[in-house]
Design a binder for this molecule. Structure first.
Ligand SMILES: Nc1ncnc2c1ncn2[C@@H]1O[C@H](COP(=O)(O)OP(=O)(O)OP(=O)(O)O)[C@@H](O)[C@H]1O
Ligand SMILES: [Mg+2]
Length: 237
């Protein structure tokens, strides 16, 4: 699903060069559920942005679903992103004036499938809302929803186009502990249904929902372990 070799990302800020990723190799298979961890500034979001086709690497190769994307133009990248990637963010990123249902429908309005009737769009959005168990709140606007419900709307929106990979950068960062676990149960269910999932988190108990934990340090991979190995290693440390 994801094949990364020798990935580098250099940001230029004035005269300064910041090496955010320093030659990173990573492979993620179809239907894996992987946590990405590491201290602030270790390169997690930079890596997620490249994997999610929001940004391009400075060097190295990247194949997503057998497509080489490292050297694509911005337009080509946007097409791959729309087709293959679903994003969930810490801050939900919902449109305040739109209902839950309208927020979820949005990607279909902008997608290649413009031929869809509004009834078909609605049907698909309702199906996605059903998968996150939110059918009883479809006419609510974001400010009429709890934080956990908002994040479920965002997840429904992210899975609408049936993406090859569902990516979440600290999806529980703004949620209390009980709600965080409810959201992780949703990701777990999607994963059980076959979805490939990649989640950035700072919390070990959130990473524990994943099968595999990739830890970054200074733009490189510090460790890449099964959750059992990672947990055992932490107990020893
Ligand atoms: N657009 C940018 N321009 C310049 N430097 C950047 C940019 N984005 C990130 N960086 C730098 O690259 C490094 C990696 O940043 P990144 O955002 O990937 O870290 P992170 O692991 O996601 O951290 P956090 O846990 O705080 O979100 C940092 O040193 C950061 O300052
Ligand atoms: Mg980050």
């Amino acid at each position: 699903m994801i094949r990364i070799k020798g990935l580098r990302k250099v940001y230029r800020v004035g005269e300064e060069q910041i090496h955010a990723l320093r030659g990173l190799d990573l492979q993620i298979g179809s239907n894996e559920m992987v946590a990405v961890m590491g201290v602030s500034g270790s390169g997690k979001s930079t890596l997620m942005n490249i994997i999610g086709c929001l940004d391009r690497p400075s060097a190295g190769s990247y194949e997503l679903d057998s497509k080489s994307v490292a050297k694509m133009t911005a337009n080509q990248l946007a097409l791959v992103r729309n087709e293959k990637v679903g994003f969930v963010f810490q801050s939900f990123e919902l449109l305040a004036r739109q209902t839950a249902l309208e927020n979820v429908e949005l990607p279909l309005i902008y997608s290649l499938e413009r031929g869809l009737t509004s009834a078909e769009r609605r049907r698909r959005a309702l199906e996605a809302l059903d998968r996150v168990r939110l059918t009883d709140r479809v006419t609510h606007r974001p400010n009429q929803l709890s934080g956990g419900q908002r994040q479920r709307v965002a997840i429904a929106r992210a899975i609408l186009n049936r993406p090859a990979i569902l990516m979440a950068d600290e999806p529980t960062g703004n949620l209390d502990s009980v709600t965080s676990h409810e959201i992780m149960e949703i990701f777990r269910k999607l994963h059980q249904d076959g979805q490939t999932v990649l989640i950035v988190t700072h919390e070990n108990d959130i990473a524990a929902y994943c099968q595999r934990v990739v830890r970054l340090k200074d733009g490189q991979i510090l460790s890449d372990l099964s959750i059992a190995e990672d947990t055992a290693g932490r107990a020893v440390r």
